[in-house]
Design a protein around this ligand. Structure first.
Ligand code: NAD
Length: 297
């Protein structure tokens, strides 16, 4: 299948490479030439613009930072026309970015008017899951649209959930990431407390992993350097999932909580903690670097 892939960052590049490995013809576009080069080195094709990427594409996958990027790309902004008018009628758009459900619904409505299928399919599983092709997809769209997308999603992920109508994937994603943000702070607090008392972070982490405090961070993504060799914490908090992206997701969760009059006290506190961490200059580091806020200097 001819596929356009737009947004080749920490997540998008390995996802696009898995589509190349599955035998698809992938035209790759990103604002960064280095990002495009990674996918081209794996057998993808260079696109000189987003418009060039979607030329003749039967499917378009996007993996962009936030709502404003997705909306500006597809619907246009001020002087630039939207990409929807360059996409072939009948094509399928899979947006895997984590954005506001309302933005997914707005873009899907415009796509429908142009005869294009648009689904939201945000992911969980981190960069490790993106590389291994074991991501979890949370899809918002119709049954028929998910059926169309499934063969491609299966090449990038191991779990595909149908959350509901368009936007529902995003709602599931922000619930998950609110929980992840909270548990990373909690895990960091517990490890910092143990270390302040002279415990070995590796031993303490293993005790908690196998006890009632066990969670995904202790399993795969320990915030303390050196505990998990491949976790961002052991690589100077480089790559992974940026603090500012987590801050965005916690903000989306709070906006939603306000709209639905939901009580999310820990989600609100976690957002404030990541905001302070970002202000302190750690916005570009992996979100597990939040442990720096909690460690004794
Ligand atoms: P990233 O910052 O590493 O990559 C984003 C890429 O988009 C960059 O390469 C940037 O140049 C590109 N980009 C921005 N605007 C563009 C445009 N108009 N046209 C083309 N390219 C453009 O981010 P990421 O970590 O890959 O995350 C992408 C999305 O996936 C975010 O919504 C994030 O919340 C979500 N997500 C990330 C992770 C993770 O572990 N990193 C996990 C799950 C979900």
């Amino acid at each position: 299948m001819q596929i356009a892939f737009i947004g080749l960052g920490n997540m998008g590049a390995p996802m696009a490479i898995n589509l190349v490995k599955a035998g698809h013809s992938v035209k790759a576009f990103d604002l960064s030439q280095d990002a495009i080069a990674k996918v081209v080195a794996a057998g993808g094709h260079v696109a000189t613009s987003a418009q060039d990427a979607v030329q003749g594409a039967e499917a378009i996958v996007t993996m962009l930072p936030a709502s404003q990027h997705v909306e500006a790309l597809f619907l246009g902004n001020g002087n630039a026309p939207g990409l929807l008018q360059h996409i072939a009628k009948g094509a399928l758009v899979i947006d895997s970015s984590t954005i506001a459900a309302a933005t997914s619904q707005k873009v899907a409505k415009a796509a429908e008017a142009a005869g294009i299928d648009f689904i939201d399919a945000p992911v969980s599983g981190g960069t490790g899951g993106a590389i291994a092709g074991t991501l979890t997809f949370m899809v918002g769209g119709s049954d028929a649209q998910l059926d169309r997308a499934r063969p491609l999603l299966e090449k990038m992920g191991a779990n595909i959930f149908h959350a509901g109508a368009v936007g529902a994937g995003q709602t599931a994603k922000i619930c998950n990431n609110m929980l992840l943000g909270i548990l990373m702070v909690g895990t960091s607090e517990a490890i910092a407390l143990g270390v302040a008392n002279g415990l070995d972070p590796k031993v303490l982490s293993e005790i908690m992993r196998r006890s009632s405090g066990g969670n995904w961070a202790l399993e795969k993504y320990n915030p303390f350097p050196g505990v998990h060799e491949n976790a961002p914490a052991s690589k100077g908090y480089a790559g992974g999932f940026g603090t500012d992206l987590m801050l965005k997701d916690l903000g989306l969760a709070q906006e939603n909580a306000i709209t639905t009059k939901s009580s999310t006290p820990l989600g609100g506190m976690a957002r404030a903690i990541y905001a302070a961490h970002s202000i302190a200059g750690h916005g570009g580091e992996d979100f597990s670097s939040v442990i720096k806020m909690l460690q004794k200097k």
